[in-house]
Design a protein around this ligand. Structure first.
Ligand code: XMP
Length: 516
């Protein structure tokens, strides 16, 4: 399906958000590099509406010719921040380098002849730029002004072109979605064309291309692999095989989850017990990067030998690898600053990176046009159990990166037991769904404590609980005191060899979510 809206990425940290908001409003859209847009326009192709994103540059530092963006008179264009300045520059207004920029929240007011249904005339909006339009571009009128009297919104008098100095896509802008909707519906005349059903239909079409082939899925049981497998199964049926590798670095909840999936879905899931192989390969290794590499390589080796076994034993030769790559992975790997758009390297999932080349498998990625929340919506459309769709993320290397230093069976048990306690109490206090991720980390230090009447000299468990919207940034979660008391007292009482529980109060950045 052709996308109605193209979003030209000039490198703003918010461009992805424009895409998400537009889809939330029900409009199909895609994010493209400026070079991709240029090529399409030169080939005579146009969207129904074009959005020019913000960007970190100043138009004074960029002498590229963007006139091709404005060649088609009736093409509705929305320019946001940097995009508005491009409009200003193209239509011969004056853009000046601001001495006093406007950053963060700013009050803005609509002029009397600009009205959006259900939106007040004065709102708080998010700005992050210092350049601004000082003289109106030709054919434009001012529709929004800031408290400092800057021109922060312009509209062409006859053409469907809108420029906004602030970011309507950012949550801090009140009624930002209404402003976007106004542009799409009233100015561009678009009708909604994006829904869970259209997503499902597209993803099914993608999988249908490989119907009648043997397809393998590296199945972790996480949301992305579950939704892609459930979707693919609708078309492939018995041609889809899911391999779940038990690396021995899983939590009790993961074993329960996979057994539940085996019992309650019609997916063919083979659990490969590779606990010993992983533990042996990791013996004596304490460097985090080495651990990650060993876990990744062992995964590939185990997988490869299983694929070989299938060919020998059952004469099943896999041709495709089903992967739950998301749109975020695809667009994050495009560099907006490289206008040649050639820097596209698809980010491989940690676990399966290297698999397709090594085993000569072609990739099938039915979710690679979707965001995480859309994948969940698709999962609901496929009638996948809600509790499976809203699990916290769990990294490929598993507990291997939550046991600091060397990994021993006894340390795995400590993290498994403490993690299970944390999980149970998150559910018990009804806070599981309020946090992005929550887990325990075993610190390789001993501290003194008292257990019973005796002195104890044992290890430390750290609780890491964070809120985040995408894992890129995170804040530590402020949960009830009773919850922490319960978790701490259960861990020190029930987990042998642990005398102390601490809470990690580090934001990301600078701290990452995982400890290794
Ligand atoms: P960090 O630790 O980088 O984590 O702040 C951000 C998010 O990514 C997850 N994570 C991984 N996921 N393979 C994965 O599949 C990995 O190697 C990996 N490392 C970190 C982490 O759990 C968090 O959600």
């Amino acid at each position: 399906m052709d996308r109605q809206i193209w979003i030209a990425d000039f490198g703003s940290q918010y461009t992805q958000l424009i895409t998400r908001r537009s889809r939330e409003l029900g409009f199909s859209c895609e994010m493209l590099t400026v070079e991709e847009i240029k090529q399409r326009i030169e080939a005579g192709k146009y969207p129904k509406a074009l959005v020019l994103s913000g960007g970190p540059n100043s138009i004074f530092d960029d002498d590229s010719d963007y006139s091709y963006l404005f060649k088609k008179d009736d093409l509705p264009i929305l320019g946001i921040c940097y995009g508005m300045q491009l409009i200003g520059d193209h239509f011969k207004g004056t853009v000046e380098e601001g001495e006093k920029g406007e950053y963060g929240k700013t009050e803005i007011t609509f002029t009397s002849d600009f009205k959006i249904d259900d939106c007040p005339n004065s709102i708080s909006a998010w700005m992050s730029h210092s350049d601004h339009i000082t003289k109106l571009p030709q054919g434009f009128k001012t529709i929004i002004k800031s408290a400092n009297n800057f021109i922060v919104g312009v509209k062409h008098v006859t053409l469907p072109i809108l420029g906004l100095q602030f970011h309507p896509e950012v949550e801090h802008t009140q009624n930002g979605a209404l402003i976007l909707q106004h542009f799409y519906k009233e100015m561009a005349g678009l009708t909604a064309d994006w829904s869970s059903q259209t997503m499902l239909q597209e993803a099914m079409e993608e999988v249908s291309k490989v119907a009648n082939h043997k397809v393998l899925c590296a199945f972790s049981g996480g949301v992305d692999s579950l939704v892609s497998a459930a979707l693919a199964h609708r078309v492939l049926r018995n041609n889809l095989h899911c391999f779940f590798v038990d690396n021995g670095l899983l939590r009790p909840q993961d074993y329960f989850h996979i057994e539940e999936l085996k019992a309650e879905t019609n997916l063919q899931i083979e659990i490969i017990d590779a606990k010993e192989i992983f533990l042996n390969n990791l013996k004596g290794v304490s460097d985090p990067e080495k651990k990650r590499k060993i876990i990744g390589k062992t995964f590939i080796d185990v997988f490869e030998s299983k694929v070989h076994e299938y060919q020998q034993k059952f004469n099943i030769k896999f041709e495709y690898l089903l992967q739950g790559t998301l749109y975020t992975d695809v667009i994050e790997s495009k560099s907006p600053h490289k206008k040649d758009g050639k820097s596209v390297v698809i980010k491989s999932h940690h676990n399966v990176g290297g698999l397709p080349e090594k085993m000569n498998l072609k990739l099938i990625e039915p979710l690679n046009l979707l965001f995480k929340d859309e994948v969940r919506a698709l999962g609901l459309e496929l009638s996948i159990n809600k509790k499976w769709l809203f699990r916290h993320p769990f990294p490929g290397p598993g507990l291997g990166i939550r046991i600091l230093g060397k990994i021993k069976s006894a340390s795995i048990t400590k993290v498994q037991q403490s993690d299970q306690i944390l999980f149970e109490e998150l559910k018990h206090f009804d806070v599981y769904d309020k946090v992005w991720q929550a887990f325990t980390v075993l610190l390789p230090v001993k501290t003194v404590g008292v257990k019973g009447d005796a002195r104890a000299y044992e290890e430390v468990i750290c609780l890491r609980i964070v809120n985040s919207s995408d894992g890129m940034t995170a804040t530590w979660s402020d949960l009830p005191r009773d919850f922490f008391n319960k978790v701490s007292s259960r861990i020190t009482n029930e987990v042998a060899g642990v005398t102390r529980v601490v809470y990690d109060i580090t934001q990301k950045p600078p701290g990452t979510i995982e400890w290794e």
